[in-house]
Design a protein around this ligand. Structure first.
Ligand code: F6R
Length: 614
């Protein structure tokens, strides 16, 4: 749950000083964790490394320590989200060996670090931090005593560690190299002229190159300013040349583009993200392959975490509505119970924008062990989850930097709706022409999202002034609207720190209504479906009778208009687009409420973008 960056350069060949490139890369990676940061550099003419690190945000640390001013051509940097060892100066990465000649940064968890540390301590190694990472430089130091090269020592160290990792290492012993290893945590190599880069994600290096290699699990190697060496641990060198990709994201895509926060930029770019996703889906043979698997399935499961789980829940409701086929949705971290019931004729759909969420990956592997087939839905090409799946369907939302998922949710629901329609067409749940009609409606998603945003943004902003004074809310709906309401509640909770509970509205009278008192905000997601609207009428009335303030996210022709105290008006369109039309107003409400309360919506406390620890 951390960010890694590395630059190895020939003098005079980089657009900026290499240390400034590392600093800028760290700023772009800060969304991955931001409790401490550090940089290690092989400085010319020195036999010890320069290591600057500390607790705090990167910009503050830069002022205090001057990361960007370090002299040197081989550097690694790290931004941390603590797992082992509290956030403090000592636990910040990089970590070094006893001699101060080897420095390591790491994202992930070394599971067997206790045993390794014990045996290293017995051999006389002195540890300074409480981290699992620190075993790595000491292991390399130890193995180097009996190895023919530093790389051999590094390889031996990697073969004894267990767990998940993306690792970068520099050393004065071989000053012009950055060594790396990867298992279950993301790592990419960037290729440039006169220098090469290493990073946890592409946006961190996009400013300098578009030529990248995605490092795969079990690979280790090193980069120099003009060469790359990759091998599969235990299986020899890898022909990486065929794996070089040219990234077509613009740097603009990966930066704020003039907006105050990534989150608002990403909310507003949903029409474009939906357009790209629609375009991709309509040409992607993967959907057909996925439908084939679904048709052969005895049971269909779908799993994910957080926002992606809400998209999954939407899919399960949609598939039972359109195809009349039950889908078992479960939260990824609960996978053991569900995997226990899975077998070789079952299919698991794993939804993950990052493709790296460890809970979802573990669920995938547990099902895979029981011979189930796996379909991935992800936003990151070649990430772990799609790579380990039988079929991968991609959303094309572009990089999402704000910690709170926005455009990846709406694009996930679009992709999953497409899948559900294609499946229902084959089961006979939908005729060919009904399926065609629904696809045409999906094609309208970008425009409808745009109308929804345009209609509601200033209203959501006004409403945020009042919402910011509240401490508790309910987000209710029924049927297909429930996962959308759940997503609205998650946004408010995670960035505005207001308690927001979401459940199917019919449950109110079984307990939650006891909390409602005058001025209590209740946000109703009202899909364009008369049957549901009629059902919701009773739920709205029972809340109103207790003095609740009713905020309706509802289309322009809703039959409930006279029941709403506040109305966030969405366009009147088919209910299948409910996630696409109704989520943006709730994202905007959460965003402006967080800003009103003085919080940074891009970096909510205690959270990180990609959760790679169980
Ligand atoms: C909430 C949010 C998280 C993620 C969850 C899964 O705004 O972003 O709940 O949805 O951590 O992440 P992915 O989709 O990358 O597996």
């Amino acid at each position: 749950m951390c960010g890694i960056i590395g630059v190895v350069a020939l003098p005079g060949r980089t657009p900026y000083r290499p240390s400034l490139m590392v600093y800028r890369g760290l700023l772009r990676l800060e969304y991955r964790g931001y409790d401490s940061a550090g940089v290690a550099a092989v400085a010319p003419g020195r036999d010890k490394l320069i290591v600057l690190k500390g607790k705090g945000k990167i910009e503050e640390l830069e002022k205090k320590l001057g990361f960007s001013q370090i002299d040197g051509f081989t550097l690694i940097g790290h931004t941390r989200w603590a797992t082992h060892g509290v956030p403090n100066d000592i636990n910040a990465h990089p970590h070094t060996d006893c001699t101060g000649r080897i420095a390591v940064v790491h994202n992930g968890i070394i599971q067997n670090y206790r045993e390794l540390k014990e045996s290293l301590v017995k051999k006389g190694h002195v540890f300074r931090s409480d981290t699992d990472t620190e075993v790595i430089p000491h292991l390399v130091e130890e193995f180097y005593k009996t190895s023919s090269s530093l790389y051999e020592a590094f390889r031996r160290a990697i073969s004894v560690i267990e767990g998940s990792y993306a690792i970068a290492m520099v050393s004065t012993i071989e000053p012009g190299k950055i060594f790396f290893a990867k298992k279950d945590s993301p790592l990419v190599i960037g290729l440039a002229d006169g220098f090469n880069l290493l990073a946890s994600d592409i946006p961190a290096i996009l400013e300098y190159t578009r030529r990248v290699i995605i490092v795969h699990d079990g690979e280790i190697g090193y980069i120099t300013p003009d060469t790359v060496y990759i091998e599969k641990l235990g299986a020899g060198p890898v022909a990486w040349e065929k794996r070089v990709r040219i990234v077509d994201w613009s740097l603009e895509d990966a930066t704020k583009g003039g907006y105050p926060h990534f989150m608002i930029k990403e909310i507003l770019e949903q029409p474009r993200a939906l357009q790209d996703t629609f375009f991709g889906l309509s040409r992607d043979p993967a959907v057909e392959e996925a439908v084939k698997l679904l048709l052969e399935a005895r049971r269909i499961y779908i799993t994910a975490a957080g926002t992606s789980f809400h998209a999954s829940l939407y899919y399960s409701l949609l598939t039972s509505t359109l195809a009349g086929i039950p889908v078992i949705p479960f939260i990824a971290s609960e996978y053991k119970i569900y995997a226990n019931t899975a077998g070789h004729r079952d299919v698991l759909i794993v939804v993950s924008q990052s493709g790296e969420t460890i809970d979802s990956l573990m669920a995938l592997r547990a099902f895979r062990e029981r011979d189930a087939k796996i379909i991935a839905v992800s936003n990151v090409i070649d990430s772990a989850i799609p790579r380990e799946s039988d079929v991968a369907i991609y959303t094309r939302a572009g990089p999402e930097i704000g910690v709170a998922a926005t455009k990846t949710f709406t694009t996930q629901t679009l992709a999953l709706s497409w899948l559900a329609i294609s499946h229902a067409e084959k089961t006979g749940g939908l005729t060919e022409s009904e399926a065609g009609e629904l696809r045409k409606i999906l094609e309208e998603a970008p425009r409808q999202a745009m109308v929804s945003i345009t209609n509601t943004e200033s209203y959501a902003k006004q409403l945020s002034e009042w919402m910011a004074t509240k401490t508790n809310t309910y987000y209710l709906s029924r049927g297909i609207g429930v996962p959308v309401a759940m997503e609205g509640a998650l946004k408010l909770k995670e960035i505005a720190y207001i308690h927001a509970e979401s459940y199917p509205a019919g449950e109110s009278k079984h307990g939650p209504i006891a909390l409602v008192e005058p001025e209590f905000p209740v946000v109703f997601t009202i899909p364009n479906d008369e049957e549901l609207e009629k059902l919701l009428l009773g739920n709205i009335k029972e809340m109103k009778a207790r003095g609740a303030v009713i905020i309706g996210v509802a289309h322009e022709k809703t039959i409930l208009s006279d029941q709403l105290d506040i109305w966030l008006k969405t366009p009147t369109t088919h209910w299948i687009l409910t996630p696409i039309t109704h989520t943006p107003p709730m994202q905007l409400l959460a965003y402006y409420t967080a800003v009103k309360k003085g919080y940074d919506p891009d970096k909510p406390r205690n959270l990180a973008k990609t959760v790679t620890v169980e």
